[in-house]
Ligand binder design. Structure first.
Ligand code: FMN
Length: 351
């Protein structure tokens, strides 16, 4: 979508190169980064005509909340590297657009500050588990106390992917006053720390239950790419599954999410919602994901570029553009509501 491409070009021209490369980059040779995009494009949209639909309603209900569209903001680390308002701006833009902001563990704002910025909006907290369970338990307690409604447990990062593009630059310099929150009310790394994690997330399926028990919140599992793991997650009590390969930043050469999604939705068979992210770049991609059985999608880099170029207003503009394009695409394929988008609305271009 042109607005998204323009914002990325502008962000590239204005951000310090190490910061741009941290947000833009993928793992290894960045094959998965490219193939996430290409795999959505490889699904043709199949329109039905004379349906009487000229105005489509893209709203959805997710976990008892009515969202204006099945389009959410994915957890992205260190957003104050892009704009002084960082996570706070994104939470407000999502609230104004009637959707959800998911806050990263590796945020540059404390979870309480983000909650206070948009107190009435639904908010989710993404969890990386460090080795100290006491600290994690306290973080989860605070997330619940501050009204986070879902814990998004990211499971595709037992170790950080090989990020050649980032490694070339060395540590990203944090602007003065910008630090990573520890979500216990303080800060974690020193201001110059590079926002890279890993090496300490040797998680198992038992940890899903542990997070649920300790947080007393629903726990969705982010980073699933196979039917087998999706079934396992449902058995482990996951509230939802996020089909994701971390935006191509972890295992290079793995399945693009558009390829993994139909297997996962078939295996889950409606037991829990299935969300998907990676390479969603216009309303057509949102409709493709819905047609493959997703309940909603998340975007990462598109809102990061919008934040870098225009702060809260920039993120708001991108959300409005994507929501409008989703509604337009639904009308063009002949679906009046999200429930009317189905498997017949897509066909693989390479069967
Ligand atoms: C710079 C950057 C930082 C990210 N940080 C996190 C994170 O802290 N936690 C997490 O679960 N996912 C993280 N992700 C992955 C996103 O949540 C999401 O899966 C991905 O960006 C979706 O792909 P897209 O950028 O192509 O839309 C990050 C992605 C990017 C680009």
């Amino acid at each position: 979508m042109e607005i998204l491409r323009d914002l990325q070009v502008k962000a590239r021209a204005t951000l310090p190169r190490p910061v741009y490369d941290y947000f833009a980059g993928g793992a290894g040779d960045e094959r998965t980064l490219a193939e996430n995009d290409a795999a959505w494009r490889a699904l043709w949209l199949v329109p039905r005509v004379l349906t009487g639909v000229a105005v489509a309603d893209p709203s959805v209900e997710l976990f008892g909340r009515r969202l204006r569209a099945p389009l959410l903001l994915a957890p992205v680390a260190a957003l104050r590297l892009l704009h002084p308002d960082g996570e706070v701006a994104c939470a407000r833009a999502a609230a104004d657009a009637g959707t959800v902001f998911c806050l990263s563990t590796r945020a540059t704002a404390d979870l309480a500050e983000v909650a206070a910025a948009a107190p009435d909006a639904p908010r989710w907290f993404q969890l990386y588990m460090g080795p100290d369970r006491g600290t994690v338990a306290e973080m989860l307690r605070r997330a619940r106390e501050h009204g986070y409604e879902q814990i998004v447990l990211t499971v595709d990062l037992p170790v950080a992917g090989r990020r050649d593009r980032e490694d070339r630059h060395g540590p990203v310099a944090f602007p003065a006053g910008v630090t990573l929150a520890d979500h216990l009310g303080g800060v974690t790394d020193p201001a110059t720390a590079k926002p890279v994690v890993g090496g300490w997330q040797a998680l198992t399926w038992e940890d899903v239950a542990w997070v649920r028990e300790v947080s007393n919140l629903p726990v969705m599992v982010k980073g699933i790419l196979t039917a087998e793991d999706a079934r396992r997650a449902v058995r482990a009590g996951a509230s939802a599954i996020v089909v994701s390969n971390h935006g191509g930043r972890q295992l290079d050469g793995c399945l693009p999410t558009a390829v993994a999604l139909p297997d996962v939705t078939a295996a889950v068979a409606g037991a829990v919602p299935v969300l998907v992210d990676g390479g969603i770049r216009d309303g057509g991609d949102v409709v493709r994901a819905l047609a493959c059985g997703a309940s909603a999608v998340l975007i990462g880099r598109p809102y990061a570029w919008a934040l870098a170029c225009g702060g809260q207003a920039g993120v708001a503009r991108v959300l409005e553009a994507l929501i409008a394009d989703t509604a337009r695409t639904m009308a063009l394929v002949g679906a009046a509501s999200v429930a009317q988008v189905g498997p017949a609305h897509v066909r693989p271009s390479h069967p």
